[in-house]
Design a protein. Sequence first.
Lengths: 429, 437
Amino acid sequence: MKSTQPAWIRNMPAPDTVVVHRFPNGLQLYLYENHSVPAVVVNGALRVGSVCDPPEKYGLATLMAGMLRRGTRSHSFTQLNEQIESVGATVELSGGRHALDIYAKALAEDLDMVLTLIAEMLQEPAFPEDEFQRLKQQTLTRIQERDNDTHSMAYITFRRLLYGATHPYGHPVTGNRESVSRITYDDVRSFYNQHVGPQNGQFVIVGDIDPVDVITRMDALFSQWHGPSCSVQIPNVQPPSAVRSEHVTITDKAQSDFVLGWLCVPRKHPDWTPVVVANTIWGRFGMGGRIGEQVREKQGLAYYVYGSVEGNFAAGTWSAVAGVSPDKVQQAVDSILVEVQRLREEPVTAQELADAQEFLIGSMPIRLETNEGIAAAISDMVWYDLGLDYLLHLEDRVRKVTPEDVQRVAQTYLDVDAYVLAVAGPSPY
Amino acid sequence: MGLSRSVRSSGSTLSVDSNLTRVHLTNGLVVLLKEIHTAPVVSVWVWYRVGSRNESYGRTGASHWVEHMLFKGTEKYPAGAYDRLISRVGGVFNAMTWMDYTAYFQTLPASHVDLALDIEADRMVNSVFDPVEVERERTVIISERSMNENRPTFLLTEEVQNTAIKAHPYHHEIIGWPSDLRTMTRDDLYEHYRMYYTPNNAVLVITGSFDTWEMVERVKRYFAHLAPRPLPRLSITAEPPQRGERRVVLRGGGDTHYVQVAFHAVSATHEDFFPMVVLDAVLGGAKSFGGGGTTNRSSRLYRGLVATGLAADVGSWVGPTIDPYLWWFDFTVNEGHSPEEVEAAFWKEIERIHAESVSAQELEKTRKQVRAHFVYGSESITNQARWLGFAEVVTSQAWLDSYLDRIAEVTVEDVQRVAQTYLRRDQATVGWYIAER
């Protein structure tokens, strides 16, 4: 299918290159052909995630997602693994914040088999009790590891401080030790029965495919599926009005990790592009933008330091992340705050802005080179309702950003007197 | 039939085909060019035949540090210029130091290939190693080491590795020992750089959208005038045979125990290498070629240890190296179970293979998995370039070209023999990490 894309970019998901098919049950299908290798990627997402977890049982949606992979009415877990792995394919189901994610990769000749198994997992899970015990134990061991990891704990603590422990965005998607311990086999089955269905769900399939054949197959597998859904209101959150800081002590560590950040915009927001451009200058370009220049290049304080913007259906985050020697945390934090102040007070230079814009635009072909990259791009556009022409107009949106826009978003969202700082590592005393 | 159109592969395999052009410049630079016209991008790599294998006492970590310094400026491109120039055209870049090589790459729009060639030719011979920048990188690299040390599995791997390997330079971690990182001088690093960074010790690989003969002329413009230098004579102590089981126990923070077992492997060109790779796939799952990882839930060790609840996770690895390295098996012990139980279950699985080998079905599965991984690995021109360069410095193009065939030739007898020869207790180094909160 020919496309009206710019000549310099080969793979461009756009309204005339993505085939769309909507099922009456609310499930949507997006297909993109890429015949460079005989392989395919499947990205699926259903609208049920950790935001649907009941208060005492954080981690339930994630555990349930894992259980769907553990056996169906027609195939045991062992049989699924054998069938999938014997052709070098991957099929994974995992829990996210708003989504139950489905990921599959296979040779093109095995797509039919993979889709059939996915349909079984979602519609006819067997919930074997022994597999539940094993999955729960594995999950608890992974949480145990996570709780000892400075990088993970800094991130988890940051979100808790920013959103609040009981906010749908404030607790870890996988839950915590206490909450997961409380989850029972019946909890998982009930959760599935109450919340898993096709409404507003999506499948993105990219690769060496014939769209007509895929639609026919998906129709046979999914169009008769009916089920409930989960709808959650995400409460508004106020940005911090002062410094909110916490140090999680983890002994026997050589380095401390921290997240320093603020509340920011949802994914679908007019300020998203200016914020991304601002963050590119502040925390990404080259080796970590301005903060990388200060903290890593000039002071040699950190092997990794960068700025990060996250957006979701409700307010997201804008933060700086770094790993430093435990006695250098304050120095690194101060340096980052100096760069926040600069971004707020002085417009960025025309050169810096142009560099960031060229990077964001010029790196698109590389991001869209593989089936994974293309599928991820389409999934985002659909999930956040950005429109299939979103990438087509990315260049325009990015070029429109001015130094005044960058300064405005810095002043709106960043604040040197009010922020969240989460540090994890050896005791500061 | 199926859901795919039947497609002609557009030269998109990891194996060498008629799309690969090889040129040797008179200064010794090896140039590999492969046209792949799936997108208007190019990937430019330079591989140097130097890694931790080339390091001795007092200089461990030098190759990795030199890699860092190659981003810290020449006269033409001062510190930071490189990152900005590549990023501003939308390019992605990185570098990696390993045991057998150091490699640098940038993938960028094809119209900017001159920038990549200019930078690589320049920093090959003109890197400045400014003492101020060396000192800044000292703390950055110490920070990188600290980041690694935060992980109990890194600590255990380091311990097992330098217990399993006593004499050969593969015994130390690529990042180097802490005291060397604190004491190496600017001149030590610069000397290491001048010894090994020379066109006659390098391979230039370019994949993507270009015309081969036009690119050859471009490459000559940038690289042909660089003078070769004699290479140092490398004295590497060969690892002597292991004369009995070795064990190490680490204790540290956290709540999770780990077990790692390492055996001696063979070099990539040894006749037992491919049977080892096949057995490793049966035991711990086939490994990816950079096109995406796969799961190992149908593997022997997963079924024997994870499906039974003893371990939360199991992994294994054996890979192509110039000299013999290690064959690794690693386990995350599940809560409520002990390292003893996990290790015992591991040996039971190994003893089964000693006695019965593996099945023909498992061999067929491995062949299919490896074939699929080759396909996935060809999706990106960056990854294709990576494998061409890797093969050139570690093995050969013929080795890469025949990889799938060599895998297919492995028999159940080969697998049994390799298990009995290499996977033995008296050849093992066993490490336990015991968490003590």
